[in-house]
Write a protein that binds this ligand. Structure first.
Ligand code: ADP
Length: 486
């Protein structure tokens, strides 16, 4: 199958969250399964610079008349890497910093155009803009690519050629790409699209809803999240649309990219380790404690947290539970950026207890790896979590996840209950009640297990062995593509 993957981010070229990890890993996994995958990306500076050997393919015009150039190059990676198209439109994309927001953390005023053009370019590619290659499937990720399925749904039929089918993946329903209705005329869609049975959402334009309504098949990044988003509690107002389309919705868990995330080969760690050589993990811990100015105490359980600092991530629980964590002899090392009040709160806690709390505010790929390598416990107490990747990295690196039982966290971590300990299936600490009490009890469980080193090592070994390679996920996506084509 010829598959065009459309996303706004792609690891290692541009990443603000888990979307990039998925967009970077899935093409290689699909290629390994014999599929022909190309990526389509907006021409953000990091992507223009990172995609190699960019050559112009064709010029084209946005629905509002702006000129753009489609370029093709390669994303380097294992083997030959994979081909990628970039939409070169400097007026829209050539801005430093965050791809979605300005320096004041406000969404760019022309985001509707910036991301409509991405979907539009996908539809133009489906229509033959590159004479040498046309996709059979357009796989669009998140709201940034949400208009691609809409453009495809309204595309004129191509005599003698099958309709190009679309798959739309929700990585986070909370970010919907909502725009004022006055922009609808710029998008190049027929008036029928601005309808409750279309992309209209309470009088606004919703790119997310466009994807959900018009794609042939829908996926999201865990089976539990696929169920949760069909409920009013977690549907962000789109649960009705999702229930109506539940017959074409699948939950497919993200994998872990072995080439990037494996403690035995991770060049970003001071020492590599694996299940047979766990001494390296102790060295990673000591090195990190030293580097961050924490007390170098091998016996102090080290809790790590790598996260966007937003409401979603349940960080008020971590702040509220920090005294208890420290009182029980733990240390906390956090890496994150986001909401100002959370950044300030963690900074203050670190300043008050420099030997036991470290807060690095910013984005740092290397430090993220070193935190998982050093950590004993990975904190992911999110209010909701579509899949979550940091708990998967915590499992892989033997930093046992402590998680709220939601979304992908529920699907990937098994609590240390007595029966799961006895059965050898426990991999972490899971709490149901999203409250200070629920979190505190899970924290207690982590300390209680840590005090039993033989059990701790056993649980850690189970966690590190948990299979999470991308090939299984790729096989499920291929099945979804087949269904879309059927
Ligand atoms: P989300 O996509 O909601 O941010 P995920 O857990 O799915 O959450 O993915 C987050 C990804 O971003 C992980 O790869 C994590 O390691 C990475 N990450 C988050 N914050 C930072 C940071 N400050 N520095 C480096 N990596 C980060």
């Amino acid at each position: 199958m010829r598959i065009l993957q459309v996303s706004a981010e792609l690891y290692p070229l541009l990443k603000t969250g888990g979307l990039a990890d998925v967009a970077g890993a899935l093409p290689a996994a699909l290629a390994a399964a014999g599929q022909e995958v190309r990526a389509l990306l907006p021409g953000f500076p990091a992507l223009m610079a990172g995609v190699q050997d960019l050559q112009a393919v064709a010029d084209f015009e946005a629905p509002w008349g702006e000129r753009a150039t489609l370029r093709r190059g390669r994303v380097a990676g294992r083997g030959e890497g994979f081909a990628a198209y970039v939409v070169d439109a400097p007026g829209l994309y050539d801005r430093p910093g965050n791809p979605y927001e300005d320096d004041a953390r406000q969404p760019y005023g022309d985001n509707h155009r910036r991301f409509a053009l991405l979907g539009w370019a996908a539809a133009r590619l489906a229509d033959g803009l590159d004479h040498g290659w046309q996709p059979e499937i357009v796989h669009a990720h998140d709201w940034h690519a949400g208009l691609a399925p809409a453009y495809l749904a309204f595309a004129a039929p191509r005599p003698g050629r099958p309709r190009v089918r679309s798959v739309y993946t929700v990585h986070n329903l909370a970010y919907q790409g909502l725009f004022a209705p006055g922009h609808f005329g710029e998008l190049g869609l027929p008036p029928a699209a601005f309808h409750v049975e279309g992309l209209e959402y309470h009088g606004q334009i919703s790119f997310m809803k466009a994807g959900l309504h018009y794609a042939d098949r829908l996926t999201t990044v865990s089976p539990t999240y696929a169920r949760e988003i069909q409920t009013p509690e977690q549907g962000f107002g789109l649960d009705g649309v999702l229930r109506a389309r539940s017959g074409v919705l699948a939950g497919i868990l993200n994998g872990v990219d072995d080439q990037v995330w494996h403690p035995a080969t991770d060049a970003l760690l001071p020492r590599s380790y694996d299940l047979d050589r766990m001494a390296g993990k102790a060295r990673c811990k000591a090195a990190l404690q030293q580097a961050l100015g924490l007390a170098v105490q091998p016996a102090a359980p080290l809790f790590v947290l790598v996260s966007r600092l937003t409401e979603q991530k349940g960080l008020h629980l971590v702040l509220g539970g920090l005294d208890a964590l420290l009182a029980q002899g733990g240390q906390l090392a956090l890496l994150g950026s986001g909401d100002g009040w959370l950044e300030d709160a963690f900074r203050q806690r670190a300043a008050a207890s420099p030997e036991t709390v470290s807060a690095t505010i910013g984005y740092d790929e290397r430090l993220a790896h070193r935190l998982f390598g050093a950590g004993d416990v990975t904190l992911v107490p999110s209010a909701f979590e579509p899949c979550g990747l940091t708990q998967l990295y915590g499992l892989r690196y033997g930093a046992l996840p402590l998680v709220h039982r939601v979304g992908g966290l529920a699907d990937t971590v098994t609590d240390c209950t007595l029966e799961d300990l006895a059965d050898g299936t426990a991999t972490g600490f899971v709490f149901d009640d999203f409250s200070a009490e629920g979190y505190a009890r899970a924290l207690r469980r982590a300390f209680a297990l840590y005090a039993r080193p033989t059990d701790w090592r056993r649980v850690r070994a189970t966690a590190m062995r948990r299979p999470a390679d991308w090939s299984g996920a790729a096989a499920q996506y291929i099945e979804v593509y087949r269904q879309a084509l059927a």
